[in-house]
Design a protein around this ligand. Sequence first.
Ligand code: ADP
Ligand code: MG
Length: 352
Amino acid sequence: MMEIQLHNITKQFDELIAVNDLSMTIKDGEFLTLVGPSGCGKTTTLRMIAGLETPTSGTLEFGGQDMTYASPQERELAFVFQAYALYPHMSARKNMSFALEHTDVPEEEIEQRISETASMLGIEEHLDKNPPNLSGGQQQRVALGRSIVRDPEIFLLDEPLSNLDAKLRVKMRAELQQLHREIQTTTIYVTHDQEEAMTMSDRVAILNNGNLQQIDTPEVVYSQPANRFVAGFIGSPSMNFLDCRFEESSGTIQTDAFAIEAPDDFSGDAATLGIRPEEMTIVPAREGDFSAEVTVFEQIGAYNIVHLEIEELDEAIVAQVDGSKHFDPGDTIGVEIDPKYVHLFDAADEAV
Ligand code: ADP
Ligand code: MG
């Protein structure tokens, strides 16, 4: 059992608070992703879990045991970085066996672990090659393999796919998911890419400025974002935000372009209305909740993106439409908003 608990962890570098009062539990066997913009404290958090950095305050437990000040060696974890740091003059096989050679793992067992891992990662035929003769994807697999053969209790991965090209990244995303299903090791994965976080994880922890914003399943952070930061960070293209106010007499939420019925449980202090591009419906001109003019049309394929200018609004909004739909700049269209897909944020929901 290797549940990891962070209790009020803070890390300060001089004046800068890199991680602020972070508490969370990573369940045994879980794949948890730390996601957030560059500089939000992801790597620092991972390095504290690895024992490469000491918290300024707070405690860290592995399986109920205090590990706040344990050395990296005592922690039985494997850390995979963005740069694979393979030894270039050693074969892939040697790179994988190296860390086990001076342990009490018998030689036959090392051999067996390497061959099983290589087969799981699809690199059997490359084991005798040196890293410079391997592609980026193969090197990444060797780096993962080197960690897997050590049979760690915990896997820490810091942006391991960011050096790969886009196609390979998508492929490795699926492979890592499958790998985790097979080995079931507690895994903490770090990325700035919300799509990577959403597609791979059991749960996602969203950080901003060292502060935890929300930790939940991909479904929940998408459909019930805790605040405006999470709402804007998760999902692509990003959620549209419009200023709004509650009109008590009519029970409606008013924006400068349209009004919708307020939800039953509404408290009355909404400041911002959020609507996802994929949750707006384009209808013929002069129908729907408001009309807009198409300024830019982006043909993606499976779906397309339409940028819209609305007379009453200062900012453009973005809608996502079916791949079969085509519009031209200058077209006038109608937009329908379904109140059940609208997100309302009050001033207190602004990101910390
Ligand atoms: P992320 O991995 O999310 O991009 P980091 O954890 O690397 O962010 O960094 C968080 C903040 O802490 C950044 O502002 C970064 O500049 C700062 N930081 C990280 N490591 C150090 C360090 N060793 N000394 C001083 N500042 C640091
Ligand atoms: Mg980082």
